[in-house]
Design a protein around this ligand. Structure first.
Ligand code: ATP
Ligand code: TZP
Ligand code: MG
Ligand code: MG
Length: 270
């Protein structure tokens, strides 16, 4: 398993995929820097005048509803249609779904009307997109329930897509399979945009690997191993130092580190 993850990381670094992001104003800079550090090529383009054209030349499209406006929603639909016409994978991060009707409706409409390859959110966001109520406070999940695997598989079946639920442990599910990734560090919750950047990184991996579940597992394992290494190097310092070191480790973490540290468990066999 870890060998396959490593080969996907190598493909990202050698392929330098263009990742088109329509994202929020909070995490845009961090997402662009994280993608650059990893070895991908970011572009942020959310104008209705160019979103479709930009998506058509990208390796992946990442839609993030963190700071929505009506024009952004329009641009997302145009970009997703164009990506689908060109066979480009689309990742959706439903930031804050369940917190307001606008967010929930926008995320559900994108899931229903567009071809979304991978849905990535915290447990509350994914539950709310799937039509189940689950506590959310702004953009943060406030309830923890044990069965995130069941929720992920149910949501994957409902929308016929790959579903990623993140938190202390991460789950990647298809309609018939599920994998847990047990890397990462709690300090990641003290830096805004760590979920948003992960969604963008998943986009970079999906750009080079058509098995989108495998791409998501590789992206998460790589990302969280880089975070562990950053946390070790900034022990006793605060989240600011961690954030900077995390960018460094996204550049410096290689296949050896990924291979030796990734903790992946198959919990539902296809
Ligand atoms: P939220 O706003 O609820 O924090 P999010 O969109 O920021 O959601 P997270 O679920 O926090 O997304 O996941 C972002 C990254 O942080 C993922 O890589 C995840 O594995 C990691 N992560 C989150 N919480 C922990 C934790 N307690 N321990 C280890 N890693 C974590
Ligand atoms: N508000 C709107 S978008 C956003 C905030 C704080 C960033 C959320 O980032 P993440 O990755 O979900 O923590
Ligand atoms: Mg967060
Ligand atoms: Mg988030």
């Amino acid at each position: 398993m870890n060998q396959k993850l490593c080969s996907i990381l190598e493909k990202v670094r050698s392929g330098n995929p263009l990742v088109h992001n329509i994202t929020n104003v909070v995490a845009a800079n961090f997402s662009a820097n994280g993608l650059l550090a990893l070895g991908a090529s970011p572009v942020m383009a959310d104008a209705v005048e160019e979103a479709g054209e930009m998506a058509s030349i990208a390796g992946a499209l990442v839609l993030n509803i963190g700071t929505l406006r009506s024009s952004t929603v329009e641009a997302m639909a145009l970009a997703a249609k164009s990506a689908s016409m060109h066979g480009i994978p689309v990742v959706l991060d439903p930031v804050g779904a369940g917190a307001t009707v606008y967010r929930t409706d926008t995320a559900q409409t994108l899931m229903e009307e567009q071809k979304i390859a991978i849905l990535r959110g915290n447990a509350a966001e994914v539950a709310n997109v799937a039509g189940r109520s689950w506590g959310i406070k702004g953009v943060d999940s406030v309830e923890t329930r044990e069965d995130t695997v069941g929720l992920a598989v149910e949501t994957a079946r409902k929308f016929d897509t790959v579903v990623v639920i993140t938190g202390k442990e991460d789950v990647v599910a298809t309609a018939y399979s599920a994998v847990k990734i047990k890397n990462g560090h709690p300090i990641m919750t003290k830096v805004t945009g760590t979920g948003c950047l992960l969604s963008a990184v998943i986009g970079a991996f999906a750009a080079v690997e058509k098995d989108y579940a495998a791409a998501a597992v590789a992206a998460i394992a790589f990302y969280n191993v880089a975070a562990e290494r950053a946390a070790e190097r900034t022990k006793n310092l605060g989240p600011g130092s961690f954030q900077i070191e995390f960018l460094n480790q996204l550049a410096l973490t290689g296949t050896d580190e990924l291979n030796s540290r990734a903790r992946i468990e198959t919990v539902l066999e296809a």
